[in-house]
Design a protein around this ligand. Structure first.
Ligand code: ATP
Ligand code: MG
Length: 280
């Protein structure tokens, strides 16, 4: 756990560009889930998007990863416009995500689940692999080594042969994170990575996320309700409420913003909580 971050490999795409979200709007019938939201994620930084339930955080991720289409606004990742691209094209640009609800294949081992993350990087193709060509064998070996490295980095190496879906919930969430890392992303979108974890699992996962940012130069967008984790890890925080951006800035500043405190605690907040700023 929390060993040195694995080196970037030859598979890793080039420098991470900045992510620019501009006036992003998503409307569902009768509901504006995101209302002209803008923020910028600086290369290699960790940007948290927080807000009460239903604020539009997962909707934002769904647009960034191509699952939902924006009604208006733009998302640029360096020179590439993500808005309107299908999920596989966005993934090919080096954007990986985890889901709020676990989405692991039911019978796969942890090793297989991590290997799924290598899929987009596989060059040999089915024919070469099927014919057992040496180039395909070499490539498969390289992927296995990388899976091993990322398993060590995330603290999953002991579980590589276990069925992923049979692991405790917190470890399953780490497998999701590991699978996303196996894609060698330049931008990692984490939707509530520590939700449902024990405090020990939270600490370990936060350390892994900190290692990702520090060691791999990957930009991270983190949606999380655990304010301890957000405040420790984030360089910048954007706060959403009812689809609108109500605050943004460094964590300590945002935590004390009166509008943020009001959004979290409601108008009937008790002053003790409000004085402490936003808690989880
Ligand atoms: N596919 C959809 N169709 C209709 N409404 C949707 C859809 N997806 C999300 N919404 C609505 O959009 C709003 C924002 O939802 P979203 O899931 O983005 O919130 P969230 O900030 O991620 O909340 P939570 O913290 O509970 O995960 C909610 O009112 C939700 O019901
Ligand atoms: Mg959500």
């Amino acid at each position: 756990m929390t060993e040195d971050a694995p080196e970037k490999t030859a598979d890793a795409p080039g420098q991470t560009p900045s992510l620019e979200v501009r006036d992003l709007t998503v409307r569902f019938a009768g509901l504006t889930a995101l209302d002209a939201v803008s923020f910028t994620v600086a290369p290699g930084s960790l940007h948290a998007v927080i807000g009460p339930n239903g604020a539009g955080k997962s909707t934002c991720f769904n647009v960034l990863s191509g699952v939902y289409r924006a009604s208006a606004g733009h998302v640029h990742f360096g020179p590439d416009e993500l808005t309107g691209l299908p999920p596989h094209r966005i993934a090919a640009l080096g954007v990986a995500r985890t889901f709020q609800n676990i989405a692991l294949p039911p019978y796969a081992t942890v090793a297989d689940s991590l290997m799924l993350g290598r899929h987009r990087l596989t060059k040999a193709g089915f024919l070469a692999a099927g014919l057992r060509l040496p180039s395909a064998a070499r490539e498969a070996e390289r992927h296995r080594e990388r899976v091993q490295e990322i398993a060590e980095f995330t603290g999953l190496e002991r579980y590589l042969d276990h069925p992923a879906a049979a692991l405790p919930y917190g470890l399953q969430k780490l497998v999701e994170l590991g699978r996303a890392l196996c894609m060698e992303p330049r931008l990692l979108l984490l939707d509530e990575p520590v939700a449902g974890m024990t405090s020990d699992e939270r600490r370990r996962t936060a350390a892994v996320i900190a290692g990702v940012r520090e060691g791999l130069g990957i930009s991270v967008v983190l949606v999380e309700h655990d304010m301890g984790v957000v405040m420790r890890l984030a360089d910048e925080v954007t706060v959403l409420d009812f689809g609108r951006r109500i605050a943004s800035g460094p964590p300590a500043e945002v935590q004390r913003d009166p509008e943020v405190v009001r959004a979290y605690l409601g108008d009937t907040n008790n002053s003790e909580d409000a004085e402490e700023g936003v808690t989880s």
